[in-house]
Design a protein around this ligand. Structure first.
Ligand code: UTP
Length: 292
């Protein structure tokens, strides 16, 4: 029987070195795109996929991430007194139902796999989603919902897959495809950050996963992989054979907001989707980049 998907883990304990000095005192996941921090996009996407329980894996200096989802009484009172109902509604949208969000500390950032292992008690014996908030996806149907629809058919492990230029495969976990069904692929393996010549395909895994708890058996071995980090990809690869494993070519555009160019692109793309901002942004781009 395929178990329902209720839980999500959001690892936010990374150091965000590519964004220094902005991330010296501010968590990367609190960086805004237009007017919402990255973490909020991730939580909203998860809720749209039916997730009810959330666990953030945080580290030192990340308390703002937890604060962001609390009730802000003073701010609410002030907005009420000043007659700003729209802003009040927006603010209320960030407060989570009581008991629906917890945070766990990853004391030392030993890698994504280790961050996920820190959520083992929260996950228990259930399937769970993972969202990396710095991967921001603009799509008609929220990306995790697309994965959840496949999960409810196939069960097992399901990951978001993206065709990347061959020259970029060494930045990603890459799928070894056993059967390509178009939107969905059956994978027989995967490799974290392979050399271009050794990559089994150009289908990269990006930051959305639905996993079954079997992965914790392998994470608990703390084996180091690429970059000397405990890699999630390696642990998932070890479940292949005992757990079905599918990649989903999702509909939508992914922005790597952990990278400066990706982050800037996300601002423009998301602003162009906003009726209040699109005309101004378009006019600005026309005058600022007249050749394009
Ligand atoms: P990244 O590879 O983007 O690393 O992590 P990073 O530290 O956040 O950023 P850079 O590369 O130094 O600029 C991918 C995701 O895994 C989390 C990060 O917070 C991010 O969401 N992560 C990574 C952890 O939670 N713990 C870790 O030990 C490593």
């Amino acid at each position: 029987m395929i178990k329902p998907l209720r839980k999500a883990v959001l690892p936010v304990a990374g150091l965000g070195t590519r964004f220094l000095p902005a991330t010296k005192a501010l968590a990367k996941e609190m960086l805004p795109v237009v007017d919402k921090p990255l973490i909020q996009y991730a939580i909203e996407e998860a809720r749209a996929a039916g997730i009810e329980l959330f666990c953030m894996i945080t580290g030192r200096g990340k308390t703002a991430l937890v604060e962001h989802f609390d009730i802000a009484y003073e701010l609410e009172t002030t907005l009420r007194e000043r007659g700003k109902p729209d802003l009040l509604d927006q603010l209320r949208g960030t407060a989570m139902p009581p008991g629906s969000i917890v945070s766990v500390r990853q004391q030392v950032p030993l890698g994504l796999g280790h961050a996920i292992w820190c959520a083992r008690a929260f996950v228990g014996d259930e399937p769970f989603a993972i969202l990396l908030p710095d991967d921001l996806i603009l799509s008609e149907t929220p990306c995790l919902k697309q994965l959840a629809e496949v999960y409810h058919e196939t069960g097992g492990n399901v990951v978001a897959a993206l065709e990347v230029p061959r020259a970029q495969v060494s930045r990603y976990g890459i799928l070894d495809v056993a059967e390509d069904k178009g939107r969905v692929v059956v994978a027989r393996g995967m490799v974290e950050k392979p050399a271009v010549a050794a990559a089994p395909s150009n289908l990269a895994i990006i930051g959305r996963y639905i996993l079954t708890p079997e992965v914790f058996t392998h994470l608990a071995r703390f084996e180091k992989g690429a970059g000397g980090e405990i890699q999630l990809t390696d642990a998932i690869a070890k479940t292949i054979g005992s757990v079905p494993f599918h990649g989903v070519r999702f509909e939508g555009r992914r922005f790597d907001c952990g990278d400066k160019l990706g982050y800037l692109e996300a601002h423009v793309a998301f602003a162009l989707k906003r009726p209040d901002l699109a005309p101004g942004v378009r006019a600005f781009l026309r005058t600022y980049c007249p050749d394009h």
